[in-house]
Design a protein around this ligand. Structure first.
Ligand SMILES: Cc1ncc(COP(=O)(O)O)c(C=O)c1O
Length: 439
């Protein structure tokens, strides 16, 4: 297979294996991996410094200084002096690991403290911590759904939700992204069953926001509870950072809130927050909680400090909103397609041209910009894209330099295609780009 031939295939083509031994991967996958190294080497890149706006990555064996638009360090917490000091102090006091699952080996008072801190912050009865983001949503759904139940999920929701619903044995039904009428249709057809509806706050590949007022009107009319994944919106949306629920003034109408510590908290792990009796049940039936080691104390301490810093005032949130609004306006002004993004998660849609996506990744890296390509099947085949993560820690100079690189690579490559608006249209469109919805 030659490299250009390899570009015709994606991961979706190798899911079904033709080998008779599961320990032997499909031969055509191995061949494709070799032939497509030029593209797939853009993934799992080695960072040679922190996940901060200006960092270094390894590229073809060399250190390359880059502007980083690939990391979720939304509020700049990964190297915030207070979060790093808290992590160091926790290591000194508690050591490196929790050394056992919460059920059998317990957890530190730091863990208990963070549970309380989150519940208080969200005005909810209780919270419980998971050692992984993915495992938190998966475990929560696995814990509460049973065969015969139905999980009704937005069709752009994250795989951790889809996998959790599947693992539980419940029926999984998807509704058209953010369409309350489509949800209504499914709810009308599935009466008489135990059901839950699951949506995200900010959608991770598109950067748009759940239409919670419309969705809640439907779920409440049908008497069905809502779970929300606020991975990208916790601390970044709402006047005090509670998320999209707070932004729309509907926080207390959401039955179960889930969010990760891997984005604005710049740590790892996740939490769910809701009623004490529900969480009490979940602690015993969520296997990723009961049968997996608790978070390291240092991670808990840094997450707790991040929450304290982010809710002390709204300085970082405001900076994030200003940066994201600026960046989106400039991209649209360049004629680029940023889909429905109204937040700090900003896609640049390239279209169906997969080789172009990877060639542009190389070109941008060579000029000093690190932005991850997102390919099918993570996004629709005709909408492969780059996904940019804007943070409060980026300076205007960082964003302007990134925009210059984008102009000299992506904009140049898309000239003459329908993925680039003509200059006069682009100028008009930029003027209509809304400010970050949190502002
Ligand atoms: C919407 C959403 N939910 C959950 C997760 C899982 O989080 P984590 O990376 O912390 O495991 C992600 C990961 O990016 C996500 O985007």
């Amino acid at each position: 297979m030659d490299p250009l031939d390899a570009a015709r295939f994606s991961l979706a083509d190798f899911h079904v294996s033709d080998t008779d031994d599961p320990l032997v991967p499909p031969a055509d996958f191995t061949e494709w991996r070799k032939a497509s190294t030029w593209g797939t080497s853009m993934y799992e890149r080695s960072l040679l410094g922190g996940a901060v706006p200006r960092t270094s990555v390894e590229a073809e064996g060399l250190r390359r200084n880059v502007i980083n638009l690939a990391s979720y360090n939304y509020l700049g917490m990964t190297k915030h002096p207070e979060t790093t000091a808290a992590a160091k102090a926790a290591i000194d006091a508690y050591g490196t690991g929790a050394c056992g699952s919460p059920i059998l080996s317990g957890m530190t008072d730091l863990h208990r403290g963070l549970e309380k801190q989150i519940a208080t912050f969200l005005g909810r009865e209780n919270a419980m911590l998971f050692n992984s983001g993915f495992g938190g949503a998966l475990g929560a759904l696995e814990a509460i759904l049973r065969k015969g139940d139905i999980a009704i999920v937005d069709n752009k929701a994250h795989l951790c939700i889809v996998d959790g619903a599947k693992l539980s044995g419940a029926q999984l039904l998807m509704f058209d992204h953010n369409k309350a009428e489509a949800l209504d249709t499914i709810l009308k057809k599935t009466t008489g069953k135990r059901r839950i509806v699951v949506v995200e706050g900010i959608y991770s590949m598109d950067g748009d926001v759940a239409d919670l007022p419309a969705i809640l009107e439907v779920t409440e009319r049908h008497g069905v509870g809502l779970m929300i994944d606020e991975a990208h919106s916790i601390l970044t949306m709402g006047a005090t950072g509670q998320g999209v629920g707070e932004h729309f003034g509907v926080e207390q109408r959401i039955a179960l809130k889930y969010a990760t510590f891997s984005k604005a908290f710049a740590a790892t792990g996740s939490f769910v927050s809701g009623k004490t009796n529900l969480l009490d049940y979940m602690r015993y039936y969520a296997n990723p909680y009961g049968f997996s080691c608790a978070l390291p104390p240092s991670v808990v301490a840094s997450a707790s400090k991040a929450l304290e810093v982010a809710t002390r005032d709204d300085v970082l949130r405001k900076r994030l909103w200003e940066n994201s609004t600026y960046f989106r306006r400039q991209l649209v002004g360049l004629g680029l397609d940023i889909g429905e993004s109204t937040t700090q998660v900003v896609p640049i849609v390239i279209g169906p041209n997969r080789p172009m996506l990877y060639m542009l990744s190389y070109a941008m890296l060579a000029k000093g910009l690190f932005m991850a390509p997102v390919d099918f099947p993570s996004v629709p085949e005709e909408q492969v894209r780059f996904r940019c993560s804007v943070t409060a820690a980026h300076t205007r100079a960082d964003l302007d330099e990134a925009l210059n690189i984008i102009e000299s690579t992506i904009v140049r490559a898309l000239k003459g295609t329908n993925k680039l608006r003509p200059a006069d249209e682009a100028r008009a469109a930029a003027a209509t780009v809304a400010a970050h919805p949190g502002s």
